[in-house]
Design a protein around this ligand. Structure first.
Ligand code: F6R
Length: 369
């Protein structure tokens, strides 16, 4: 039931605030993270020397976002691997490795095979999954469910923000258990996380119709580029994937720092480029670098669409469009910056008269390798 929405995807994007809130619910006590599902695993969590995240598609991009937070809070190295690449290259894993799988459906064959492979090699496995009782969580040593609710549209949206939320809960838990994250700092991050649903709702309320309109103007666009840095980089990848899937447009996401190593050659007059701009308050140095990237592409004629925090005036002289997100700590921006990109991909697909919920050639769960 679409509940009055034009598509399941429109409904599911509108549920992004709830998906985050429901994933946090019951897992915070007195301002600290308490994940009952992880009780009894302290010894494992203090003994691991590395984490490998295995996932596919959008779930892998959630993993890339999680890497920044987990490494910062828990001081344990995190690698993110596409599940189908992981399994076929004789990875170096053992009892000191925790393999974290991320899957909305819990049935993705590539991810399932990676989990089984990791277990056979003696690694412990944790499943972050949205579907209760699915195969991947059943095959794992521990489970943290995301509570995004059923996702029907083929393209993953609310599950993505719920996956990042679950990874952050896990990262905060791990930081506490390993003694690497001071309690006051953890409490601050918990408050940040709890404020995210309201902030996502603000983006939906304030920017949705403008982004839709602007997606309609861009209906003839044949290629769109996305640039981001730090946690904005996986969001650039996610923005590009959604556009490929939903609007059948060539789209590519880059780490902004890579521009001068090649991709800048693609910039010609009129080329639309989305740029995810880090906060000038929280990450002054990165902000400056991204603004200079914007100047470089603008000088070559790019049509620049900026996603920037409210009040960031430095981007104004160089942007053709500015989409605003509320203020948040640096690690929390991806949960906000992705929302305009989901709305945009959906808007462009609709503007082209395509089926938003059932893009061609794709299935909701990929149960073959
Ligand atoms: C993108 C998308 C896919 C899935 C991927 C993994 O919008 O839907 O890239 O994210 O197939 O699926 P799950 O999370 O079910 O393992």
């Amino acid at each position: 039931d679409k509940g009055g929405w034009s598509s399941f995807m429109a409904k599911e994007v509108s549920e992004e605030p709830e998906a985050v809130a429901n994933t946090i619910r019951g897992r915070v006590r007195d301002g600290q993270i308490v994940v009952p599902e992880l009780d009894g695993l302290d010894e494992l969590f203090t003994s691991i020397t590395r984490i490998i995240v295995v996932a596919c598609g959008t779930a892998a991009y959630a993993g890339l976002v999680g890497k920044y937070a987990i490494e910062q809070w828990a001081r344990v190295p995190v690698d993110v691997e596409l599940a189908h690449e992981f399994r076929y290259r004789d990875p170096v894993i053992g009892p000191d490795t925790l393999v974290v799988s991320i899957s909305q459906s819990g049935e993705t064959m590539d991810t399932l095979m990676a989990v089984k492979y990791a277990r056979e090699r003696g690694a412990k496995t944790l499943s972050i999954c949205n579907t209760q009782g699915a195969t991947i969580p059943r095959e794992s040593d521990a489970i943290v469910y995301t509570h995004a609710g059923p996702e029907v549209a083929v393209a993953s949206t609310k599950a993505f923000v719920a996956q990042i939320t679950a990874l952050y809960l896990f990262g905060l838990h791990l930081g506490r258990v390993r003694g690497s994250l001071p309690e006051t700092e953890a409490a601050e991050h918990v408050r940040e996380l709890e404020a995210i649903p309201t902030k996502i709702q603000q983006i939906l309320d304030r920017e949705q119709s403008r982004i839709d309109q602007f997606a309609h103007w861009m209906a003839d666009t044949r290629s769109v580029l996305f640039l981001g840095r730090h946690v904005g980089y996986p969001i650039a990848l996610e923005g590009a994937l959604k556009l490929k899937e939903l609007a059948y447009i060539h789209a590519e996401g880059f780490a902004a720092g890579e521009l001068k190593h090649g991709p800048i050659a693609l910039i010609e007059p009129g080329q639309p480029v989305f740029v995810i701009v880090p906060s000038p308050r929280e990450s002054a140095e990165l902000h400056k670098k991204v603004v200079s990237n914007i100047q470089e592409i603008r000088a070559r004629g790019a049509r620049v669409i900026v996603i920037a925090e409210e009040g960031d005036a430095a981007v104004l002289p160089f942007a053709d469009e500015v989409l605003r997100i509320p203020l948040a700590g640096p690690l929390f921006e991806p949960l906000l910056a992705v929302v305009p990109l989901h709305i945009f991909a959906m808007g462009l697909s609709t503007a082209k008269g395509l089926d938003v919920d059932q893009p061609r050639n794709l299935a909701k769960s990929v149960t073959v390798e």
